[in-house]
Design a protein around this ligand. Sequence first.
Ligand code: ALA
Length: 882
Amino acid sequence: MHRPVTSREVRAAFLDFFVEHDHHRIGGVSLLSRNDPTLLFVNSGMAPLKRYFTGEERPPHPDLCNVQPCIRTKDIDDVGDRHHLTLFEMLGSWSIDHYFKERAIELAFELLTTRLGFDPHRLYATVFDGDPSLPLPADDISASIWEGVGIPRDHIVPLGVDNFWGPAGDTGPCGPCTEVFYDTGAQFGPGFVPGKEFDTTRRYIEIWNAGVFMEYERQADGTFSKLPFTSVDTGCGLERLVMAMNGQDSVYDTDLMQPIVEMAGAAADDKLSPENERMIADHVRAATFILGEGVRPSNEGAGYIPRRVLRKSIAVVHRAGVAGYDFDGIIDVIIGMFGEHYPHLVQRRSEIHALFREEHADFERVISRGLDQLERLYSAAPFRIRGRDAFDLFATYGLPLDIVRDFARERGGDVDVEEYEREFRVHQTKSRVIKLRGGGGSEDWPVDDRRFAALEGTVAPTAFLGYADVFARSSVVGMAVAGQLVGGATVGDRVELIARATPFYAESGGQVGDTGIVRAIGGPASGTGTEPAEIAVVDTIRTSQGYHVHRGTVVAGSVAVGDDVSLEVDTERRDNLRRNHSATHLLQAVLRTMLGEHVHQAGSLVEPSRLRFDFTNPAALTREQLYEVERVLNRAIFSDLAANTEVKSFAEAVASGALSMEGEKYGDRVRVVHFGDYSVELCGGTHVAATGDINLFRIISESSIASGVRRIVALTGEAAVEYTLHRDAILSTVAGRLKVGVDDVPERIERLATGAKKKSSRAGAAAAAAPAAGQRTTLADGTPYLAAMSAGDATVLRAQALHLAASIAGPVVIAADDDGRARVTVVVPRALEDRFDAAAILGALLPLIEGRGGGKPGMAMGGGPRVTGLRELLDAVPSALG
Ligand code: ALA
């Protein structure tokens, strides 16, 4: 038997083959599908390349190849069988508007047989035969091409909808495909008979989708349109290819999985079933890759998948009664295996471990209680678990649906998944509504849309003019005072006013509402006063009916519904808001470029005085990184990139690469704000005309607000200049006090700090060397005394001696080498002063250190240059006391 091929060799053979055939190798991308709202994770090599197939973007070369890690969440339930995995590496090749079916099939056959050594007799090719559910013709060309290259007719299998691939997500390029299957042998089932069913789950394993022939684009309404040109998209699961080449039973036997399975089993002292060992190997591998992208486990979005697979793994181990399962060891095996190809796993090792541990700890804390609750609720057959109960267990204890389902299935029952999902959706909508209701109000002036509900139908949503103007004329169409609709308001009233059109921006998307003045024009139209009405607007909010509500106080005259008014935004404040909002966009772009695509907005607040931007990133930014952010961002300001806005459909906007905020609700038509190519975001806010108007950007703080979420607070324009000058002034003051130039401050501080450290380290040494009362001894007459070495200066020695003399109730002599000078302190307790004289004792000892000193009967101190005499001096103490 010859040596099995390694996955490394197979990766290389695939890529080398295509590169030799004039394909350009491109890199894989992050597992996260950030710019495609129809996909959570990249599920195929072509998903990130969609725009090449539609012609919206030109590829760097017509023919391409790469390796791309992919996640298929719909395969999670099949994990543990022979060939399904949550995460797999896809080998892909593409021809964009270049060659088509013939060349694609020729290349596939040549690679499989000549280069990878497959026996053509064990290969089968499926082709698209049309399907009643698809208004598209059958592919009658591929079959004859396969036959032409050498696949026997009876190995060519026409299939329906299974051989139509795409789109990745809900919309995009798609087409009929032709897949190559490998015959794994008679031990896995009966052979294929033409015209009969083709077993694609056991005996025949798909090894390569050797060509999706991209011809169509699926639209959001489910219809298909023709793409402007045809292309080829192929994808081959590396794990399956290695399995087939080595004749292994399953993907878990390949070198891509086997060491992980082994570790998963060993960590449980072989208490897990082989299926569970495989499942854990798959799940921990997938979670490691996802967490390695900076995703945190959560109940929604991308974070839900690692949470689901980890909790399932932890639950399985828990139920098998394994204590202290070594997930860390498994993760290290995975990083050891894949770190070379995916270096970010190595870089994020500690975060991955930390997030695993957090999930594990949560499990210990609450989820196991959920399991107990489940067992209490369903203790007897039939184990038909209500969706609502399953959802409650998830919402209360974080118990994943999979675990509940396993529990039920093991007992011959099941879960009402439909009801579970319904509950889940209701819950999501509720929490979104709460979030959307977030800002705008204050405790004493709450926002309540209901007060304007009566206007709906008669008063159209407010026309917003504020992108172009900060001043406009319009008329009042609705007003409320104290929460009630009113026809008019007068001086002193706190009023909420709606006009037909307004330049006032209403709080949303993190940007606070405009302030300014609303004035009646044409005199007191309502005839109730003489002064023209004036309303000082302190905030503007938006209601669910689409009204911009100006909130403020009538400071002069009276105003009534129907009055003509001029609406004047406080322009200075608005200009600062524009600066801060545009800077927030640039900041997000800089962070993503610098730190990686895992960075995404977790919150934002745009105020006139500052901006606050929250984003996901597992670690704090270093000081150097923060400087770099400021440097790069200011460079973007100096480039004076023009702001361009366009209004398009949400799908178009996201397809063109605009960043959208996760969880944010967008209408059908959205505004896309560009600053050159540098930053492209969906945004309804108000912006500078060009980045130069931001003037200057300074970060004032970077901090953590939740684990994995960082917050940057920054300033722009004049505030940034003031901040910089203020810092400068502080520095000048410090330099002045230190009596050095500003440039010399760091060195001076360093010197001061070292001096302080030296002092404190000497104090430390003194403490460590301090003699203890236990060292005392006695004179011939039984009087206790103590003579010992210590460390420290005169003050330290005196303190020690006084303390010791009191505690032993006898004379004490302490000596020390204080930085090259011999020091001695003698203390006699008051009660013994009639017998001993400290000064006399010291006098008797000093010659030994060639020293000088003096004192009183109770205490005397001295010092001398002869450090070597200290020992002798201590030995002489009994006779000096004598
Ligand atoms: N995109 C095709 C697939 O994933 C090749 O099967």
